[in-house]
Ligand binder design. Structure first.
Ligand SMILES: O=c1ccn([C@@H]2O[C@H](COP(=O)(O)O)[C@@H](O)[C@H]2O)c(=O)[nH]1
Length: 232
């Protein structure tokens, strides 16, 4: 399993992706999310994969079970390593997603978003109308995700230890909202450093603007990779 930091390729098109990737002299684990996919379609996944990079396709599917199952069956044709849905879609939706992906012949790891890293305790209580602590909600979503047979969840690094304690080491904790000390949080609420993510049991970190907006993205990637690998 590739556990290198996953770089979020939040760009508009392949020219911008190529401009970013050009200075790297290694293959990477990259994330293609809505921004890039919606503006360029599935062809962009093929183009990035042809460069040798592993791909997390972050489309966060969330719809009725039949629709998500059929969409996953279609996406199974793409040569990707990881893909996701929203756990809020429910157990039946997650099972349908897994069935669709597997019946389409894909071996990609399917994971589910618990609470977005841009969601705060207050937002969850007031806007989503979910009472109680955000940690309880996240562990609950993680539990139904595991019961549905998925490989892991997306959460913040702050919750990785709780999920590890409840659901074990091998269940994936893929954690965006990663920032180094000097980075601005921006729209992220539940943030953590790469070192903390490692210490707290994340299995993967997802890093976007910290690297893509850095003055020297290659240098920043290696700085974050080292902090993540060493955990100190
Ligand atoms: O809960 C979530 C789920 C997905 N993301 C995605 O990760 C990156 C983070 O980018 P940064 O620039 O490092 O903030 C982005 O593509 C999100 O769509 C997330 O942040 N939180």
């Amino acid at each position: 399993m590739n556990t290198n930091p996953i770089i979020a390729l939040d760009f508009r098109n392949m020219d911008e992706v190529m401009h970013f990737l050009k200075p790297f002299d290694e293959t990477l684990f990259v994330k293609i999310g809505m921004e890039l996919y919606m503006q360029n379609g599935p062809g962009i996944v093929k183009q990035v994969r042809e460069l040798g990079h592993d791909i997390f396709l972050d489309l966060k599917l969330h719809d009725i079970p039949n629709t998500v199952g059929q969409a996953m069956k279609g996406l199974a044709a793409l040569d990707i390593q990881m893909i996701n849905v929203h756990a809020a879609g429910g157990s039946k939706m997650m099972t349908a997603a897994l069935d669709g992906l597997q019946s389409g012949g894909s071996q990609a790891q399917l994971i589910a978003v618990t609470q977005l890293t841009s969601t705060s305790q207050g937002m969850m209580n007031k806007e989503q109308g979910i009472p109680g602590s955000i940690n309880d909600s996240i562990v609950n979503y993680a539990r139904i995700t595991q019961e549905a047979g998925l490989a892991g969840v997306v959460c913040s690094a702050n919750e990785s230890a709780l999920i590890r304690e409840a659901l074990g080491d091998t269940f994936l904790k893929v954690t965006p909202g990663i920032r180094t000390a000097e980075d601005a949080a921006g729209d992220q609420v539940r943030v953590a450093t790469p070192e903390f993510a490692k210490q707290n049991g994340s299995t993967h970190i997802v890093v976007g603007r910290s690297i893509t907006q850095a003055e020297n993205p290659v240098e920043k990637y290696h700085f974050i990779k080292k902090a993540w690998e060493q955990g100190c």
